[in-house]
Design a binder for this molecule. Structure first.
Ligand code: ADP
Length: 140
């Protein structure tokens, strides 16, 4: 399988509970390598822009509130089949439906406070990496 890069976020519900290291360890243990990482406190504008695809969904307001409520750790992950691998280790959007041992099963509080984000396809991975990182910030 090809080496890919994907975009990941450790969301405010998780950083507030001091889970940055625990979640990063789960990603690393799954074979993913952190090739870029920074801690940001998103502005409303940044959160709305990042999640623009969801702007007409009923949960959009709650989503933007949550993402601007504390620090987020934005990361680029690299590895074989990184996009799908990251989605697998994250688990289902709703932690109630997530498989045992996944990040969301272990750490998420609810569908709204579900601890992590991960790109779902090569196109979104490229867009999302570009939204948060310049090329020189990614060190493979
Ligand atoms: P994923 O993050 O698994 O790719 P989606 O792209 O469907 O999931 O949704 C983006 C984010 O919006 C979710 O991770 C979650 O934080 C939030 N979200 C989705 N559905 C709901 C919902 N019904 N109620 C509250 N928040 C939601």
């Amino acid at each position: 399988m090809a080496i890919e890069r994907t975009f990941s976020m450790i969301k405010p519900d998780a950083t507030k509970r001091n889970l940055t290291g625990a979640i990063t360890k789960m990603l690393e243990d799954a074979g993913l390598r952190v090739v870029a990482s920074k801690r940001v406190w998103m502005s409303r504008r940044e959160a709305e822009g990042f999640y623009a695809v969801h702007k007409d969904r009923p949960f959009f307001g709650e989503l933007v509130e949550g993402m601007t409520s504390g620090p987020t750790v934005v990361q680029v992950l690299e590895g074989e089949g990184a996009i799908l691998k990251n989605r697998e280790i994250m688990g289902a959007t709703n932690p109630a439906n997530a498989d045992e041992g996944t990040i969301r099963k272990v750490h998420a509080l609810s569908i709204g406070e579900n601890s992590v984000h991960g790109s779902d396809a090569p196109e979104t991975a490229a867009q999302e990496i570009k939204y948060w990182f310049s090329d020189t910030e990614i060190v493979g």
